[in-house]
Design a protein around this ligand. Structure first.
Ligand code: NAG
Ligand code: NAG
Length: 393
């Protein structure tokens, strides 16, 4: 027979267990905001534009919301991405376990996981393709708008946390140099060194501006060997099929100067964290020159375009030149059109930035920034400094 006392204690125990379970679940609820994946804010040019230019007055060459853009059907229609499918930031969002980040201009988009402000054709300098792009200063103002609406929605404390935890991803600069090289007048007034100085000066100011607003974690895409883009290969005055080295030299100078700025910011600004790949340029150079090593068949020609190397920017027609060809298998190509990567290359770049070791991407990689990993060891930073010195030579 069960004694009354025994049965009371059993039911008390089960009540205590129930209470404990409730307490534990309340505790894990209270913890969950810290576990939330950081928001992802994106600034830049066509390398990361997810469709903002669909909503502005611009020229056809600054849009990509018509076939064959998006032809691999990852998205159900051309979205405005300058690719056969996804772009770098789509893969990063996937790895970070956030939904695809919507363009700021998209009507009724929600920015609780971040926003994409990038605009095809934009440069760091507001003069770059002025009037037909969302320039960088405007992108930064649009970020302020998003901050205000998040603050209204979440309250000061939660919004500040979101901003401090978010990753700020910047991919910009190529268009400043294209615009400079396309303008004999600019070249008369400014030396290449001066242009790089102005671009880096303005980019540094923008990074500081974001820091002042509470941003702490920054990711950068360094410039690729610009002279090897099909359009620039075709424009090389040497006309021997080689990359246009003067253009690539600007990209190298830009990358090296940006790296120097980031190294100094890390010392000046408390809790300033960044991911920068000091060897993305040379890695891409290797992809372009040895495509087979990376699963490509062609590192020279654009899949979509016309003229030598597909370097005439006519993909999709509807531009100054309406004739164009599309390759049969964009999987084989490094370049989708005269200026832009295929989805396959975009994924490889995202992979490099996401979890490469500190000797290649540092002091944090993007995975470390998103998931708050500790900074790499002192030895790795010494390595990074050595890389910078190698760059400077
Ligand atoms: C920023 O760019 C402008 C040209 O738009 C230039 O006059 C100015 O010197 C640059 N600022 C910095 C800090 O380099
Ligand atoms: C695509 O494939 C077809 C048939 O295999 C071939 O005739 C055509 O030349 C190819 N087009 C291109 C642009 O490679």
């Amino acid at each position: 027979m069960t004694s009354p006392i025994h049965s009371i204690s059993v039911s008390t125990i089960s009540q205590i267990l129930l209470l404990l379970t409730l307490l534990l679940s309340v505790k894990s609820l209270a913890n969950s905001p810290e576990k939330k994946t950081p928001a992802f804010f994106i600034f830049g040019d066509s390398t990361v534009d997810a469709g903002n230019n669909n909503y502005i007055d611009t020229i056809a060459g600054n849009r990509a919301n018509f076939p064959p853009y998006g032809q691999n059907s990852f998205f159900d229609k051309p979205t405005g991405r300058f690719s056969d499918g996804r772009i770098i930031v789509d893969f990063i969002a996937e790895y970070a376990e956030v939904p695809i980040i919507p363009p700021f201009k998209e009507p009724s988009a929600k920015f609780i996981n971040g926003a994409n402000f990038a605009s095809g054709g934009a440069g760091v300098l507001p003069e770059t393709y002025q009037g037909i792009v969302i320039d960088f200063p405007t992108q930064l103002e649009q970020f302020n708008t998003v901050v205000s609406s998040l603050t209204a929605e979440l309250g000061d404390t939660e919004a500040s946390e979101l901003i401090a935890n978010a990753v700020y991803f910047i991919s910009i600069g190529s268009n400043d140099y294209f615009s400079y090289l396309g303008s004999p007048k600019m070249q008369e007034v400014f030396t290449p060194e001066e242009i790089v100085g102005m671009v880096i000066g303005n980019l540094s100011k923008a990074i500081q501006g974001l820091y002042v607003k509470g941003a702490r974690k920054f990711g950068f895409v360094s410039l690729c060997p610009l002279g090897c883009l099909p359009a620039l290969r075709a424009a090389n005055p040497k006309a021997d099929g080689s990359c246009f080295e003067d253009v690539s030299a600007l990209a190298l100078a830009h990358n090296s100067a940006l790296y120097g700025v980031l190294l100094s910011f890390e010392h000046i600004f408390k809790d300033f964290k960044y991911a920068f790949s000091s060897d993305l340029y040379s890695w891409l150079n290797e992809v372009i020159h040895n495509p087979a090593k990376f699963g490509f068949k062609d590192g020279i020609n654009a899949c979509c375009g016309s003229g030598p190397y597909g370097g005439v920017y006519s993909c999709g027609g509807n531009k100054e030149v309406s004739d164009f060809e599309v390759c049969n298998s964009s999987e084989d190509f490094v370049w989708w059109d005269s200026f832009h990567a295929t989805e396959k290359l975009a994924r490889k770049i995202a992979d490099v930035l996401w979890d490469s070791p500190p000797s290649s991407v540092g002091p944090y990689n993007l995975k470390g920034l998103f998931f708050n990993h500790e900074k790499s060891r002192v030895e790795d930073i010494v390595d990074a400094k050595e890389n910078l010195e190698a760059f400077a030579m």
